[in-house]
Design a protein around this ligand. Structure first.
Ligand code: HEC
Length: 122
């Protein structure tokens, strides 16, 4: 049983890191709009390339998404988690203002920036 749980956790982790998103565009958006807070972790913001910190955010969002979609498969859940994180950037959270200081960002732009911040430092 323990083995299965470990395996599931590892699978979850690898999906997080491999989030789809245009890396170059993500880096551009990050540099323009997100860096101000996410580079140093201002006011508790998860830091760029801090995979553990982002994993925690991902897991919390996953709990919410699973409650809302108890029968969804893993791929659907992952897509919905990313959509929820994008929505959070659009609505704002805590010290992060609505729009996350990127008034012209599309949902795809936010997604790319989030995927970039979640990724390991190259
Ligand atoms: C003014 C500072 C600031 C800027 C600019 C900013 N953020 Fe944040 N962000 C935060 C803070 C603070 C948190 C933690 C909020 C909390 O949990 O209370 C956060 C959390 C997040 C989260 C996690 C939300 C969750 O559900 O836990 C995402 C995703 C995110 N930011 C995306 C972005 C993106 C994408 C950009 C750039 C387009 C951006 N942020 C720009 C301050 C900022």
């Amino acid at each position: 049983m323990k083995r299965i749980i470990l395996f599931a956790a590892a699978a979850l982790l690898s999906t997080t890191i491999a989030f789809a998103g245009n890396h170059a565009n993500g880096e551009k958006i990050y540099n323009k709009a997100c860096l101000a807070c996410h580079m140093q972790g201002v006011a508790g913001a998860p830091k760029v390339h801090d995979v553990d910190a982002w994993q925690k955010r991902f897991s919390l969002a996953m709990e919410t998404v699973k409650k809302q979609n108890p029968n969804a498969d893993a791929k659907t859940l992952k897509t919905k988690v990313m959509a929820l994180l994008v929505q959070t950037a659009q609505k704002g959270k805590g010290a992060m203002p609505p729009g996350a200081m990127c008034p012209n960002c599309s949902a795809k732009d936010y997604q790319a920036a989030i995927a970039f911040m979640m990724s390991k430092k190259k």
